[in-house]
Design a protein around this ligand. Sequence first.
Ligand SMILES: [Zn+2]
Length: 333
Amino acid sequence: MVNYKDLGLVNTREMFKRAVAGGYAIPAFNFNTMEQMQAIVMAAVETKSPVIMQVSKGARNYANGTILRNLAKGAVEYAKELGCEHPEIVLHLDHGDSFELCKECIDNGFSSVMIDGSSLPYEENIALTKKVVDYAHQFDVTVEAELGVLAGVEDEVSSAESHYTKPEEVIDFSTRSGCDSLAISIGTSHGAHKFTPEQCTLVNGVLVPPPLAFDILHEIEKKLPGFPIVLHGSSSVPMDEVNTINKYGGHLEAAIGIPEEQLREASKSAVCKINIDSDSRLAMTAAIRKHLAEHPGDFDPRQYLKPARENMKKMYIHKIVNVLGSDGKLAQC
Ligand SMILES: [Zn+2]
């Protein structure tokens, strides 16, 4: 048994309280590699932002859970080494799909877990979430639940169509399950292909996706004042990265994300955690493709992973400062 507090990590409770009250959102960046971890920590330290480092089931399969936990422990120490005396770093399980997986993570140093029972019937979702909450809270680990279904594909999570969260269910769900935060579905979507061109409107040569359902978000906020709300599938899929990938031999067609303007608006509400994964993948791949195309003789991974790390760091800083507004929001700098 490894408790997250011994690793210097924190849970989400206090940071969410401050984020909801302060009208900003905490970034939740997925990571699978050391370079992503380094870029996240450098960005968080430079901007003095709390940060959630999240691990999906796919990341655990790829990198091994023990290694990822030690990377998170290393992240805390690295942040201190970079001059941040009181970093606020959460190690979060993204899309836990069973009580057993959540328990394993809680027992192994995670400070926060998501139990995603959104594909289950309503009562079963409550029962499973409550079971995880009852276990997690014994160790002061916070729990994110999900109500409503997001479309799109992300690692092992996929759904062909989305079902918006029903505002009339949120009070009953959060009260009976005891969850600490709630992921809702209001039109965001997993992956780098969130919408088909047919779903979008062409404005000045750019495909603009349908707007998020802010009316549903506001109804939920009215029912659960101050309760932490989470948005998944919130990469914006920057066109410059997509263009770089395609310019240097890639083939990404019709990649469309959530406009940053809408995420900025959501951050000002009870939305206090915004999940970003695809944008980091795009930033990394764009930099690697560009480097290898321009330096065909390079074969030392450090030569192309260094610009990849730099490009991810730049993207993380941009999100923190210009989209989520969590810069300068550490409790103690
Ligand atoms: Zn998700």
